[in-house]
Design a protein around this ligand. Structure first.
Ligand code: SF4
Length: 455
């Protein structure tokens, strides 16, 4: 173990954690390594090679622009989404890049960024290689990184070895759900308390709760912004933004029926994912494509559950993080590895367990809710139409959020005893993902991506 809550919830920009945020982080890291090695001043040109899923859906997922931003020193949590179009336009027009905002080189957007659609690197489907050359076209440095989901980036070496933070001792280590439940029983702690204690030890931070409330505040801002925006989303699909229309309707009219609360939940999820598709500011939860599920369920708690409060929000997010850690450790949160099960499925499972916790569920009921949340997402493929994180992605977040609420409610009526354990469902999700044909794993080569006609 050794994952932080804030590894699962990262502030960033849309539309994709693995294809936008990851490549931006990788580009930034390569430039920093050049800087540290004193090679930045000698760099005269750069070549970027994208492999596998990054090449196949990179254009629709804005991998190209993310790489340019990262090379210029921008970071996902700091870059102003409103400034991105102007920065990219300037680079392409002048064919010049200012590496880490320090050293300017020529960069031909059409020739120096190469898409290898037919090549998948053996280590991982999301590979990206950077090569720096001097004035004689001699290689100064070459590095390959892998964007392994949720904005996580690792080098080839790190893919197979553990990082230093993973060896830091924590008070309540757990590698799977069974161990997590045992820690809770042995020390009489809730899942949230276990994760918060571990986080304190791992990071030494005294402001964990405040930082988590800040995460919630960024989620809320993405809902608020999504409720204000109208028009169509970027890309050929001309997808109409729906959140603002639903919001205005919900604000003005009395509830249509008893299920009107679900209209709010749908609207919360649409608002976040429309913002994500437009390249706006969002929080990975645990990915960008699935960034609407957890905020929608948390907004449901905030708006509709009596006596909801800040402590509940901290409990919700820390419980969700504990569940996300189990998937990150024992399966994957990368759609290029396991399909949409790893995005919407994981977000649904995290939200289900988290909601169960703030509605009074005990650890066993939380584990049950998280299990239900994934069990009914098993086999979910990733087939984004035109390679954009829009169809089916945006609407799929509404389904994930509603399913999570239902899973939490089902678990709360139970005793915590159930047939399929969370560990078994995580293992099943992983195996199903490995068995899934590659064309259903974020390639836009199958499913809706080939059957929907784009005019
Ligand atoms: S289909 Fe699912 S996994 Fe694929 S891009 Fe959309 S949200 Fe992400």
């Amino acid at each position: 173990m050794g994952l932080s809550i804030f590894d699962l919830f990262k502030i960033g920009i849309g539309p994709s954690s693995s294809h936008t945020m990851g490549p931006m982080v990788a580009a930034n890291r390569f430039i920093n390594e050049l800087k540290e090695a004193g090679q930045l001043p000698s760099t005269e040109s750069l070549r970027v090679d994208l492999y596998g899923s990054l090449a196949l859906t990179g254009k629709g997922h804005c991998t190209d622009t993310a790489v340019l931003l990262g090379l210029q020193g921008e970071q996902p949590d700091r870059v102003d989404p409103d400034h991105v179009p102007a920065i990219i336009e300037h680079i392409i027009k002048h064919q010049r890049l200012k590496l880490s905002d320090l050293h300017t080189i020529d960069f031909n957007f059409d020739n120096d960024l190469v898409y290898h659609d037919a090549i998948v690197l053996p280590d991982h489907p999301n590979g990206i290689k950077f090569t720096a050359l001097d004035r004689n076209k001699k290689h100064l440095s070459t590095e390959t990184y892998f964007s392994v989901g949720g904005g996580f980036v690792v080098s080839k070496e790190e893919l197979t070895t553990s990082t230093s933070r993973q060896s830091k001792p924590i008070p309540y280590p757990f590698d799977n759900a069974q161990e997590l439940l045992e820690q809770g029983k042995k020390h009489q702690l809730t899942i949230s308390e276990i994760v918060l204690e571990n986080e304190h030890q791992l990071t030494g931070s005294q402001t964990i709760s405040e930082d988590m409330l800040n995460i919630w505040s960024v989620m809320k801002q993405s809902i608020d912004r999504g409720c204000q925006q109208t028009g169509v989303l970027p890309g050929r699909l001309q997808v109409e933004r729906r959140a603002s229309r639903i919001f205005n309707s919900l604000k003005q009219s009395p509830p249509v029926d008893l299920l009107a609360t679900l209209d709010w939940v749908n609207m919360f999820a649409l608002a976040v994912n429309e913002e994500n598709a437009a390249g706006g500011r969002i929080v990975t939860a645990p990915t960008n494509g699935a960034a609407g599920v957890i905020p929608a369920v948390l907004a449901y708690y905030d708006r509709f559950i009596k006596d909801s409060n800040d402590q509940g929000i901290v409990t919700f997010l820390s419980t969700a993080a504990a569940i996300g850690m189990l998937y990150k450790k024992n399966a994957s949160i990368s759609a290029a590895e396991v399909g949409c099960q790893g995005e919407i499925g994981v977000a649904c499972s995290m939200a289900a367990g988290a909601l169960c916790s703030v509605l009074g569920g005990n650890n066993e009921q939380i584990e049950n809710a998280a299990e239900i949340g994934m069990e009914h997402n098993l086999g979910l493929t990733c087939d984004p139409v035109d390679g954009l994180v829009q169809v089916p992605c945006i609407e799929r977040n509404t389904m994930g959020a509603v399913k999570a609420i239902n899973a939490a409610r089902l678990a709360l009526y139970g005793t915590g005893l159930h047939q399929v354990s969370l560990d078994e469902v995580i293992k099943t999700m992983h195996q199903t993902g490995l068995d899934m044909q590659d064309k259903y794993k974020e390639t836009a080569l199958a499913g809706l991506a080939v059957n929907v006609v784009i005019c």
